[in-house]
Design a protein around this ligand. Sequence first.
Ligand SMILES: [Zn+2]
Ligand SMILES: [Zn+2]
Length: 218
Amino acid sequence: MIDLHTHSLFSDGALIPSELVRRFEALRYTAVAITDHADSSNLDHLVPRMVQVAKDLNERQSVRVIPGIELTHVPPSLIGALVEKARALGAKLVVIHGETIVEPVAPGTNRAGLDASADIIAHPGLITPEEVRLAAKKGIFLEISGRKGHCFSNGHVARLAKEAGARLILDSDGHAPGDFMSEEFARKVVEGAGLAPDSLQALLSNSRLLLEQIGSSV
Ligand SMILES: [Zn+2]
Ligand SMILES: [Zn+2]
């Protein structure tokens, strides 16, 4: 299993990165990205610390740790600059906190994330067919979310992605140990999104593809 969207106590998660990673290792995951919430206030604080802990743990543990970031409630016109800054600071994976229907995320956030060539548009809510086609064209991953609330629009995202040939990725968006998905639960989330019951393997292949793209294959 692979999870490319999780939160540590550096934002609003429950665990310090080392415990988060150890718990994923114990669940036999092969890779996990730590993607704490960021905007202009804390990007330069978070990224170097995640790069450091990822380096330390990758030298010593079996699960591959990816230092990432989730740009969250950033005004759309600022997203492009912060994606660039995150990468310059060393973030291997840039997730955009997309237009989930359970928060007042600014309209235009999904589009700005796509235009900025972020890696994953997380919980993109009622993303438009045009945006999904753009994701397909640019090879940007759209998220099927294991997170309560954010998951309400999984069916919509899955349907449009299938029509447009966009790549889907499954993440827990986990903030605490109870959120981290077993393979059995992941299968149910995928099937609950209206995808064929055996689609989990295809989604995991997409996670591996993204890891290859960012030079962190497992
Ligand atoms: Zn989010
Ligand atoms: Zn998140």
